[in-house]
Design a protein around this ligand. Structure first.
Ligand SMILES: [Zn+2]
Length: 222
């Protein structure tokens, strides 16, 4: 699955899990959780893409540590991270037992495929509805400091996409607009990046306009 689907499904899995265990993780963490397994792209050729970070043998112990250390927050974050493996195994396969075994498990609906497009664009739609219901949309519509953290998933999505395409010598523009299914996904990525970018600009605005009151607050006697 592409990063559009990974960020969006992670948001959905983490937020729904968080609701059940009564914890509300910030939007940037739940968007980032689902992208983390693809961070192996940063470490190429040291770590091969789709190997260690897509293995349950590696991810489950990490999730266990997160749950023990951070309890409900760790559980909600882990749900987002594991959604990556679920998504990848629907459109392709994952190696759950790597490095012990090269066994690949998955439904392999195809990438790109109509099913993948529906899953990625559908997830974006669900995220927009959820964000409207839980108030996360205010990170984008209102000027507030926390919005600056949306830069973390934003930079991850952009750099990973460029690195991945660069590695495979993929002419991004040609691929992006070559098939109807991919065009929709490209538009979806553009929408997500646009929303995150707008959020970051709200954060910058809040921080720069907050500068003066912040100094004043520090000068006040404790
Ligand atoms: Zn992946």
């Amino acid at each position: 699955m592409f990063l559009l689907g990974h960020t969006c499904w992670s948001y959905i899995f983490s937020k729904v899990t968080g609701r059940r265990v009564k914890v509300g993780l910030p939007a940037y963490t739940v968007l980032l959780a689902g992208v983390l397994p693809d961070f192996d792209i940063y470490f190429k050729p040291l770590i091969l893409h789709h190997t260690y970070t897509h293995s349950l043998l590696i991810l489950l112990p990490i999730c266990a540590v997160l749950v023990i250390r951070f309890r409900a927050s760790g559980l909600a974050f882990s749900a987002g991270m594991l959604s990556h493996l679920v998504a990848d195994s629907i459109v392709g396969t994952v190696p759950p037992l790597y490095p012990l075994s090269d066994l690949q498990l998955g439904v392999s609906l195809g990438l790109p495929s109509l099913a993948d497009t529906a899953l990625e664009v559908g997830a974006l739609g669900l995220v927009l509805i959820l964000a409207f219901m839980n108030g996360d949309y205010k990170l984008v519509t209102e000027s507030q400091r926390e919005s600056i953290f949306l830069a973390i998933p934003l930079v991850s999505i952009v750099t990973l996409t460029l690195l991945f395409a660069g590695d495979l010598s993929i002419p991004l523009a040609t691929i992006a607009f070559s098939r109807r299914a991919l065009t929709l996904i490209t538009v979806g990525h553009a929408v997500l990046i646009g929303i995150l970018g707008l959020g970051v600009s709200q954060g910058v605005k809040a921080i720069t306009s907050d500068d003066r009151p912040q100094t004043k607050r520090l000068e006040q006697p404790v």
